[in-house]
Each structure stands twice: as C-alpha cells, then as structure tokens.
Design a protein around this ligand. Structure first.
Ligand code: ADP
Ligand code: MG
Length: 322
C-alpha cells in the first residue's frame, strides 16, 4: 500500500497549498467551528492545522492513513449528492507517504490518541492531551521525493497560494472562524459570525461597509449571491475574483472571464474588482470528481452560467455609475 500511496500523492499533494486545502477540508467535514493554520517556510518546514471538530475515534487511528479509507461515503447513493468536501479517502494516505505526519485527536466517545507516520511507516503511538478536536502536523514535506521538492521553487509563490486557499475557505464558510499564521505572524483572522461583508473586510483590510455591492441573480439552473467591489476602489488583480460553486472553491477560467468581460466594457482594462461570488446549483449538474484535488469541475449548461455572471455584474456596475 505504501507504493500506491506514493504514486497517488502526485495528484492530491503536489504542493504545500494543496495539503493545506485537504487538511482544512477534513476539519470542515468534521464540523469544526474554529480552524487554525500555522505555516512555517511556506509549508516546506511545517504545516499545522488545528480544529475543534468532532475528532477521530481511537479505534480508527490506524485506518487514517489507509488509501480509500473514508468515513464519508456509506452507499452508492451518496456519490450523487456529495455534501462533504472529502470523499476519496486519499489525502492523509498520500500526505503521510511524502512527509512526517502527526495526528493528535480526541473524540468524546473514545480516548485521545497520537499517531505519527514517517514515509508511510507508522512509528509512534501514544496518548495525547484531552481537547475535543484534531491537530494534524506535516513536517519534512517531500523529503523522499526530491523531484517534487525541487518543483516547489519559490516560497513566495507558495505562500501566495496558501493565502488564496485560506481566503476562499473563509468566504465559502462564513460561520467558521479561520486563523492563518505564517512564521509566527498572524496573516488574517475571521470571526465566523456569518457576515460575508465583514469577512471581506477582515481579509483584504478594507472598510467594506459602503463599497461592497451585493450581487444577486437567478436563472433556471443557477442562483448567484455575493459581493463586488469596484476596481477603482482597490489595488486588486485577477486573483481577487473568487467564484465558488455550492460553496466549494473551483478553478474555471471561463467564469473568471465572464466577470472580466462584464466590467472591461465599462472601466479601465488594467484594473480588477474584488469579487466574491457563490453559484448555487443542483449538485447533479456539476461534476466535482474530475480531478482528485476537486477544484476542476464540469458544469452542464456552462453558457447559461457565463451569461448570468456577466449580466448580473454589469447590472450592479451600471446601477452605480448611472
Ligand atoms: P476523506 O476526507 O476523503 O475521507 P482523508 O484521507 O482526507 O479522506 O481522511 C481520511 C479520514 O480521516 C476521514 O474520512 C475522516 O474520517 C478522518 N479525518 C481526517 N481528518 C480529520 C479531522 N480533522 N477531524 C476528524 N476526522 C478526520
Ligand atoms: Mg479529506
């Protein structure tokens, strides 16, 4: 199984930011209301994720790092209505095969435990302190995969990607409080009070009270909600356009371009708005199972969605200028 894990690891854990994403998704799936992430040297030295979620049963400790061991899909039916972020049971197996991984956890109906994996081998197991929730620490990333170690070339680029992932989690889960710390310095913290406008303010350090314009629109298959901040109010770039589907972060150039088309006809071409948009749709018409990282999606009726995004953003921007 160790060999299989090392191969699979290429897809799910190609860089520190993808590991942060997988670990935080696990905390969200465990119903955490507080998720704290500590990063050292852009994750190459250490990644630590602490949550106050349900915790893991001690009896399940040795299953954690097993490939395709997941507690999240119980029947074929579940595959059609995926509600949890994870469902492949592959992240911890992959991560632990290319790093030193420590999991401490406490689920109230079991005993606390600590388990450490080094290069795919289980090396320690001893009781941990009692606090409901889970702490995962990833050290010595890619120590046994030199090619991937080298591939992570710029620590600044990696840090940017981690920040981006954490920002998107904060927008998509306004009721969870997120805290991100780099090399001992707090980068941002959200309150988890459900107020998206406040979250945008906490993250971008701007006063959103008056400048964040609400976006709301519907078409037969899609429903859009979110905020846009006019480009001339910010110093933003393309990365400030955040579009999610059913509160999952996705990567889709067509949707980002729909946003850009909407305001480039009206405004200066070298400026970008801050956009936080979520698209609600029937999970049956979106396939998130294209790639293990789950950020690439296939959307049926993509044209309808592109038009809806473009039109609704145009409407908001026009409403302000006219
Ligand atoms: P998946 O999320 O696809 O099920 P993972 O490898 O990410 O697979 O995690 C394996 C299992 O470990 C999960 O199904 C879950 O039961 C457990 N787990 C991992 N992280 C946490 C956490 N932070 N809190 C509670 N359970 C967790
Ligand atoms: Mg997972």
């Amino acid at each position: 199984p160790i060999i299989t894990n090392k191969i699979a690891a290429g897809e799910v854990v190609e860089r520190p930011s993808s590991i942060v994403k997988e670990l935080v998704e696990n905390s969200i799936d465990a119903n955490a209301s507080y998720i704290e992430v500590f990063i050292e040297e852009s994750g190459m030295k250490s990644i630590k994720v602490i949550d106050d979620g349900d915790g893991i049963l001690k009896e399940d400790a040795s299953l954690l790092f097993e490939r395709h061991a997941t507690s999240k899909i119980s029947s074929d039916y579940d595959l059609f209505s995926i509600r949890t972020m994870g469902f492949r049971g592959e992240a911890l197996a992959s991560i632990s095969s290319v790093s030193r991984t420590i999991v401490k956890s406490f689920n109230e109906s079991s005993a606390p435990f600590l388990i450490e994996m080094y290069g795919g081998e289980e090396v320690v197991r001893e009781p941990a302190a009692e606090r409901k929730g889970t702490e995962v620490i990833v050290l010595d990333l890619f120590f046994n995969t030199p090619a991937r170690y080298k591939y992570v070339s710029s620590l600044t680029t990696e840090a940017g990607k981690i920040i981006d992932v954490m920002q998107k989690f904060s927008f998509n889960h306004p009721n969870i409080s997120f805290k991100l710390t780099f090399d001992g310095k707090q980068r941002f913290r959200t309150k988890g009070n459900g107020n998206l406008k406040e979250i945008i303010a906490d993250i971008y350090g701007i006063n959103t009270a008056r400048i964040a314009l609400p976006v709301e629109a519907k078409s037969p298959d899609y429903s859009l909600t979110g905020y846009i901040i006019r480009p001339e109010m910010t110093r933003s770039n393309r990365n400030y356009i955040n579009i999610s589907i059913n509160n999952r972060m996705i990567r889709d150039f067509r949707l980002t371009n729909s946003v850009i088309r909407a305001y480039h006809t009206l405004l200066a071409k070298d400026k970008y708005p801050i956009v936080i948009l979520n698209v609600d749709m029937d999970p049956k018409i979106v396939d998130v199972n294209v790639h293990p990282a789950k950020t690439e999606v296939r959307i049926s009726k993509i044209k309808e969605l592109e038009a809806l995004i473009e039109e609704s953003i145009k409407k908001v921007l026009h409403g302000e200028t006219l």
